[in-house]
Design a protein around this ligand. Structure first.
Ligand code: GLY
Length: 578
């Protein structure tokens, strides 16, 4: 599937220009139309990259063709996304990466942001103990200590094949310095957030200069190009020390933020054992805490494993009811038990114990929804806002596979751009539980397990996942989408293995989601037939339509070895391989 988008430069200027000489110049430029082909479903014999932006996917492919492995390509894509996909691609955020090497070994790294050392449990509460609206979501106090740059150096050191790191970051520097053509979606989004950019930034920056953005505009980011050059030339110290660190700390001081030089120099990424579990003859390799993604995905799969899902049929009443009730119970576990294992003993083994999981479903009634109040207490309105983060899936010619999800949290994170350094800072502090039982932007509630503590990592839903079938690489997948990430990965996997769909159909199929609280089944617009909606209501479910949920990027290794890469048709994802 492909979409063609045509842009013509300076169309509006043409109409307004009266001087002959200016008109002549513009006529020449207007004839140079640029064509961007967005390809969401692609096949390749050897290698594949799926990312959120066609230019980042191209950068990844170029690195693979130069002899880089999947890790090299992923690093290059990550830096390219920080330029061409500023809403979520980042150097001011963090993420997780799951790796399956060609010889079948698994690894994962956590480069999630950390709470600054001056953080306190009650930092977002007023004197009466109420959450101050917005404080953990926008502006300087919402920012966690960024982990992406450290994470990229760590994976390169351990797994990189192209030893010269400069090759991996230079494409991003060039894109930032020379600029790139904005797509209509990006134009709309940058214009929509302009008021926020102005509110949380004192000076002009590349995102608000010369706005509003119009079709044909290029985004040039000279300051970001300079920051990336410092990382290229000085390594980790180009970000966590010296000029860039000074700029981050000055930005914090200007906006009452609390990140210090000490926070930056002491930041560390962590190699963690990935979570590995079985579903029938599939092995699921996913992310351990501080992501909830791996545990929740494995719990969901273990619950549905014993039911004849394929017999029930795709989005049949029986299949949906079972999956919704599983989701309800798993998300209530998430709220109570999950947090950063380095600070809170997550009962991982108990949560994944088969007997425990069966017990969780002992009150499942095939004829009736179980109200979430009976699964655990609490009820509130839906404060869903945005579903931003981004995912990249890569397989290289040798069969190394990388699944990585990275985030600023909301669209453009805290909306704070580091002055003179040109990049957005995350608002990841909102992924902590600011107060037990009070929902964050995704409507997720938390508890002691995810309370704020200095240097702790906030709980995540990111679910970068790799799947083996009978010991062979079968699928690489993951998604942005806040709380809906886990259910999207769950459903895309089941669509392929239980409902027999090719990967593109599996991704493009409309999704549904339940997260315990609020007690409502969300479904994508146009996704359920009237009969399906009626049957869910008859079972006692409340339902609510939303525009879309999650943007999955996946690669399926077909039985003949061909790679099928698919990005989501809900956005401008781009798949390419060879
Ligand atoms: N910031 C979204 C997540 O980590 O789940």
């Amino acid at each position: 599937m492909s979409k063609l988008l045509y842009f013509s430069k300076f169309q509006i200027v043409l109409f307004l220009t009266i001087s002959f000489s200016v008109l002549f110049v513009n006529c020449q430029q207007a004839t140079q139309t640029e064509k961007v082909e967005i390809i969401q479903s692609a096949t390749g014999k050897k290698a594949m990259v799926v990312s959120a932006h066609h230019l980042a996917t191209k950068v990844g492919n170029d690195i693979l063709r130069k002899g880089g492995n999947a890790i090299d390509a992923t690093i290059a894509v990550q830096y390219a996304l920080a330029v061409v996909y500023p809403r979520a691609g980042n150097i001011g955020g963090g993420g997780f990466m799951v790796i399956r090497s060609k010889d079948g070994k698994y690894d994962s790294i956590d480069y999630r942001e950390k709470a600054p050392k001056a953080s306190t449990k009650d930092m977002y509460l007023d004197s009466l103990g109420n959450v101050i609206p917005g404080l953990s979501r926008n502006g300087h106090l919402a920012v966690g200590v960024p982990g992406t740059v450290e994470g990229m150096f760590e994976v390169h050191k351990k797994y990189g094949q192209l030893k010269d790191f400069k090759q991996l970051i230079q494409p991003a520097i060039d894109l930032a310095a020379n600029g790139f053509l904005l797509t209509p979606l990006e134009i709309e989004r940058l214009n929509r957030f302009k008021a926020d950019f102005q509110k949380y930034n004192k000076s002009d920056n590349a995102f608000i200069k010369n706005t509003p953005w119009i079709e044909g505009d290029r985004l040039v980011q000279e300051e970001l190009a300079h920051t990336l050059s410092l990382i290229r030339d000085k390594g980790r110290a180009g970000f966590y020390e010296g000029e860039t660190a000074d700029k981050i700390v000055a930005e914090m001081k200007a906006g009452n933020g609390i990140i210090t030089h000490d926070d930056l120099t002491s930041y560390n990424a962590k190699w963690r054992a990935p979570l590995v579990g079985d579903y029938k003859n599939f092995k699921i390799i996913s992310m351990a805490p501080p992501s909830s993604g791996g545990i929740a995905l494995l719990q969901l799969l273990k619950i549905v494993e014993d039911y004849p899902l394929s017999e029930y049929g795709f989005q049949s009443k029986k299949a949906m009811h079972l999956m919704i009730e599983a989701e309800r119970r798993v998300y209530s576990d998430r709220a109570k038990h999950l947090g950063d294992n380095d600070f809170y003993k997550v009962p991982q083994d108990s949560l994944l114990d088969k007997v425990y999981i069966k017990e969780r479903m002992s009150d499942f009634n095939p004829q009736k929804a179980t109200p979430s109040d009976l699964v655990a207490a609490g009820s509130f309105a839906i404060p869903m806002e945005s579903f931003e983060t981004t995912h990249t899936s890569v397989i290289d010619v040798d069969g190394n596979a990388v699944s990585t999800t990275t985030t600023l949290n909301s669209n453009f994170g805290s909306k704070v751009v580091v002055t003179d350094a040109g990049f957005f800072l995350n608002n990841e502090m909102d992924d902590f539980s600011a107060k037990p039982g009070v929902p964050n932007q995704f409507g997720l509630v938390g508890n002691e397990a995810n309370a704020i503590e200095p240097e702790k990592r906030m709980l995540s839903s990111m679910t970068p996942t790799i799947v083996e079938k009978d010991g062979e690489l079968f699928m690489v997948l993951g998604s942005p989408g806040g709380s809906t990430i886990i259910t999207a990965v769950f459903q895309v996997f089941l669509n392929v293995v239980e409902f027999g769909m090719p990967l593109d159909d599996a991704l493009f199929a409309k999704r549904f989601h339940h997260q315990w609280l609020p007690d409502v089944v969300m479904y994508e617009n146009g996704g359920l037939t009237e009969a399906s909606k009626q049957s869910l209501k008859e079972l006692g479910h409340s339902i609510k339509d939303v525009k879309y949920m999650a943007l999955v990027k996946a690669i399926h290794v077909k039985p003949d070895g061909e790679l099928h890469g698919v990005g989501d048709n809900r956005s401008e994802d781009h798949a390419a391989g060879y």
